[in-house]
Design a protein around this ligand. Sequence first.
Ligand SMILES: [Zn+2]
Length: 101
Amino acid sequence: MSDHTILNKVSGNDIQMVIGNMSTVKELTHTMMDVPCKCGGYAKHQIGDVEHVIGSKKIIIKNVPHYYCEFCGTASYGTDVNVSDLLKEAYSKNLNEISYQ
Ligand SMILES: [Zn+2]
């Protein structure tokens, strides 16, 4: 009977450890500045200008936080950065560049 109680205690601690590890991983992902790129390299987080081509028109978004891969030159955005409204606004006003706020 007493052995059974000890076993239950151990498995309870294991679950606690797993939960602790999971939240640590989440924290690391959130603060990590480099993300894997589709080319196999790494994209660095930076704030700068990103050029978009919409149809025959070029629109530059200024001072936008984004990930830039030096290996293949690809820029991508985090899920918290939404540029589609800015692009629509720039396109409708016929602007060549627009600032991210
Ligand atoms: Zn790349």
